[in-house]
Ligand binder design. Sequence first.
Ligand code: ACO
Length: 337
Amino acid sequence: MNLLDSLIERAKANKQRIVLPEGTERRTLAAADRLLRDGVAEIILLGDPAVIPELAKESELSNIEKARIIDPKTHDKKEAYTRLLAELRKKKGLTYEQASRLVEDPLYLACLMICAGDADGEIAGAANTTGDVLRPALQIIKTSPGVKVVSGAFLMFTQTRQYGEDGILLFADCAVMPDPAPTELASIAIASAQTMRSLAGVEPRVAMLSFSTKGSAEHEMIDKVREATRIAKEIDPELQIDGELQADAALVPSVGAGKAPGSPIAGRANVLIFPTLEAGNIAYKLVQRLGNAQATGPVLQGMAAPVNDLSRGCSTEDIYNMAAITANQAIGLKRNK
Ligand code: ACO
């Protein structure tokens, strides 16, 4: 069984409540229909209860009737969520009146439902930008204890089975932090190792990427990666991590042996940490398009509860797979608690 199939099976065995704020978006509805048909999750759709069934009928989606539909403007917990939001953002100067307007925004409502224990995870982004999906999550759900930053990882299912873990690699950060400081980059590396372990079930071997391998060049951008590697090792001495490494030294055994002899992971890395968002975002899209890899993500890591973003170019299948991943993150979080 491949990795995604096993994540889907794990989700079916322990159904989580996944809230989809873009309840009238067609790919989202089609994915919700398949998720309900296959019993992967309980689905909560946010949107107009008069419109959603009509859209489902037009697209012949017969399982949508099993979803819970909540109208952000009129539902009966609106006041309770308004109070919760006003309380959470009191220190930031948010008034009750401002909160009462924000709770009508499905992206805010979804996060408040998770915060109140009424849902286990969220997926959005088929119709909204990453920033719009992330901002309420960062403000309401926040990072898990001990985690400095939220970042976005992609599980890359490549055709090159000689690299990574039988062709599977985790790339991060590809979605959130434009220019992480060394402590933040170290935090991204540790969170990514945890994501690899919990989703793929394999021991992470983390490469801190740069344009230099072990002193082959000097630049302040390389210093940042060296410092982040040092901090990550200090925080988690057991973690198999090394840097700074170029991508070929990280992936190819002969290059790794030549450029970074004695490295614990050179030539066999399965987690690639990029020094900036520019590098990570460009890299995953190039590998996806030119290398014909399946890119699943961004899986947001470091959040106190699972919220996942989608690319606006996503397919119904991407949303379906992301729901399985979100459910697995929720299961993992509950287990750890
Ligand atoms: N981790 C944890 N908390 C964070 C992070 C982070 N990475 N970034 C911001 N926050 C917190 C802040 O501390 C703040 O909390 P507070 O209000 O309680 O004090 C809150 O989030 C809002 O912070 P702002 O700085 O006001 O938020 P900003 O408007 O800068 O938005 C965002 C943050 C949305 C993550 C921004 O950094 C961003 O847009 N990043 C790039 C996203 C993107 O475009 N990615 C590429 C496309 S994704 C793709 O291709 C798949």
